[in-house]
Write a protein of this length. Structure first.
Length: 649
């Protein structure tokens, strides 16, 4: 067994002694909900030996019985066309070195698309492993006037069949009990046929015996889709939804953000009042509260962003958006699966890059991976919110749309639009004669999402952001604080510079302006001067190479050091300390525009670079990605600054 996976039920259990049960099924069949129900959301993640495809393993417990449950990558067929599907086949056939063949299988099928699923069931039964069929969405089948005799289906297939509504937990307890009898699961008296034509006839006979009646087309879905899938009206609705989406992130999160800021200010005051050691006080107040706290201020926006995405996904709208965008993708030589991978990058580029494993073509995978970092991930959100707040009046707007939401939507749209030609270029560089593979996109009926499923999806994404705040950003903030406060300056040096040693604000400002960080920022000044950046912005941009959020942490520390009482005002009124622009305000409209556009394009995430290295198996493509995106970021930022100046910004 892969050492990267651990028992989700406790350290005292030994998974190698437990029967191995694998879940197989098509994407969106409810397989993951069944897996979560069986394992209690305590599953661990690792990789299969020798490959980068993830595996999800947990433990299902029933009394004294324990079963290791593994959620295999989703597939429509056991005739693989992608790396994910190949892994599923290799695991079932026991051909993947270092991964044991399952002892038994749970085949998850969607009751509303049962006919299509039976061909897959036939392929699985041909493997000869003890098998139980789990039928999901039976509640939806009944609600849409469909019908299925579960007992008759079990008789026709010759294997156990259980109905389960995974997202509501219905049938999970019975399924756990069923696992305890896996050794006695009956097998079909006559194996299903293996030839496609014969399989179709076999599926028809099974459905007839089970009294299956497919669900009626959802009337509301038909009427709404007539608008949402229309090339013109659907696109207009999509843009409207997205603008309102981002405006909601600004409007609803503002009060919560104010509470977090107030909490940070109170904590800073407590540190000043009770910590006598100036170095410890500075470390706690400036590095942790000023730096990390400056990023945590944006947690309300991050949580709200993921909540809205989960709601749109649960309602069924994101599938419609994918359908609309598939037409655009086709113009750039990519298929719908590529859009699914790029859509995943809105949360984070890493899962988006990993999602390219579902693409059959190696060239499509590479082109999509090279474009994925252009999709605006959640790490950019704190930067966007901070800079848009400095640039745009919150009360400004265009009709019913707030100006801040419009600018935010424009930045996300700019990244997405830029990803298309980038993918086209890399696809053409490697494959001029690629042949498109068939792509199936399911459009689920509109439904109210289960609150628990929405909250789980929101929390899993928000937790990743919080984890980064407590690891990467904490470490970076401490290093930055040291760079901003060293070297130490004596009273004699301060007097020589005309600084009153009793004025703590003046001393702090002088120390920051003559720190190692300032030296580093001025060292790279020739690169960023044309963009209007001063040394403090330069340090922020350099620190953001590790994680984009640290840009906010850096500016938060600088502002707190220069004016501990009013860091937000210090940031807005910050001026150039030297050079030809000395005394001028730093954050003017042209500079902010250049910064925003720079963050749209630059690859400032070493974790993404590492994943690109792992997925491509070479440093060549990560190096190319980092180089082309950095150069593109500089050029586009320069154009944005120039255009803003010409427009009188």
């Amino acid at each position: 067994m892969n050492a990267g996976c651990h028992d989700a039920g406790g350290a005292d259990a030994t998974l190698t002694e437990a029967p191995r049960i694998a879940l197989v099924g098509a994407p969106n069949s409810g397989k993951t909900s069944v897996f979560n129900g069986l394992t209690g959301l305590r599953a661990k993640t690792g990789n299969y030996p020798g490959v980068t495809v993830s595996r999800f393993v947990g433990t299902a417990r029933t009394g004294r019985h324990r079963h290791m449950v593994e959620d295999l990558p989703g597939t429509y067929s056991l005739e693989p066309i992608s790396p994910d599907e190949q892994i599923t086949v290799d695991v079932l056939d026991g051909r993947l070195e270092g991964a044991d063949r399952p002892d038994a299988l749970l085949v998850v099928v969607d009751a509303t698309t049962l006919r299509r699923s039976l061909g897959f069931v036939a392929q699985v039964l041909a493997r000869g492993l003890p098998t139980c069929v789990v039928v999901t969405f039976t509640d939806e089948l009944a609600r849409r006037q469909g019908r299925l005799g579960v007992d008759a289906l079990a008789q026709a297939l010759g294997v156990p069949v259980l109905p389960v509504v995974g997202h509501r937990g219905v049938g999970i307890a019975q399924l756990r009990e069923q696992l305890t009898t896996w050794r006695t699961w009956q097998a079909p008296a006559v194996p299903p046929p293996t030839q496609p034509g014969e399989r179709d006839a076999w599926a028809d006979s099974v459905l007839a015996f089970a009294g299956y009646r497919p669900p009626e087309r959802h009337r509301m879905t038909q009427h709404v889709d007539a608008v949402l899938l229309h090339p013109v009206w659907g696109t207009a609705v999509f843009f409207t939804v997205m603008v309102l989406f981002f405006q909601t992130v600004f409007t609803l999160a503002a009060p919560l953000q104010g509470w977090v800021e107030s909490l940070g200010g109170w904590l800073s005051g407590q540190v000043d009042a009770h910590v006598g050691n100036p170095w410890l006080s500075g470390l706690l107040g400036d590095a942790l509260i000023g730096g990390v706290g400056g990023v945590l201020v944006f947690v309300p926006q991050i949580v709200l962003l993921f909540l809205l995405l989960a709601l749109l996904e649960g309602v069924g709208y994101m599938a419609r958006a994918a359908f609309l965008m598939d037409r655009v993708m086709a113009r750039f030589g990519l298929e719908g699966r590529a859009f699914v991978a790029l859509l995943s990058s809105f949360a984070c580029a890493i899962p988006g890059i990993m999602a390219t494993r579902t693409l059959p073509s190696a060239r499509d995978r590479l082109a999509t991976m090279m474009a994925a970092p252009l999709m605006a991930c959640s790490a950019r959100l704190p930067v966007y919110v901070l800079l848009i707040g400095l640039l745009v009046d919150p009360s400004a707007g265009v009709g019913p749309f707030g100006a801040q939401g419009l600018v935010m939507f424009g930045l996300y749209l700019l990244g997405a639009v830029s990803a298309m030609p980038a993918a086209w270029v890399f696809k053409r560089l490697g494959d001029r004669h690629g042949q498109a593979m068939p792509f199936f996109m399911e459009l689920p009926p509109y439904r109210l999402p289960a609150p628990r499923a929405v909250l789980v999806a929101m929390w899993s994404s928000a937790r990743a952001f919080l984890r980064k705040c407590t690891t990467v950003i904490v470490a970076t903030s401490v290093v930055l604080w040291l760079l901003l406060n060293l070297p130490l300056h004596t009273d004699a040096q301060l007097r020589a510079a005309g600084v009153d040693a009793s004025d703590s604000v003046a001393v702090s400002a002088y120390s920051v302006d003559h720190s190692y960080a300032a030296g580093l920022g001025r060292l790279v000044a020739p690169v960023f001067d044309p963009l209007g950046f001063d040394w403090r912005i330069n340090v922020g941009v350099l620190s953001a190479q590790g994680a984009r959020e640290t840009f906010v942490a850096t500016l938060g520390q600088v502002a707190a050091a220069e004016d501990p009482d009013q860091p937000a005002q210090a940031l807005a009124s910050m001026t150039y300390s030297d050079g030809p622009r000395a005394g001028e305000v730093v954050f003017t409209a042209p500079t902010i525009a250049a910064l925003l556009v720079y963050f749209v394009y630059a690859l400032q995430c070493m974790a993404t670079v590492a994943v690109l290295r792992r997925e491509t198996g070479t440093w060549r493509w990560p190096t190319i990605a980092f180089t082309y995106l950095t150069v593109l970021a500089w050029l586009m930022a320069y154009l944005a600054r120039t255009a803003t100046v010409l427009l009188g910004g």
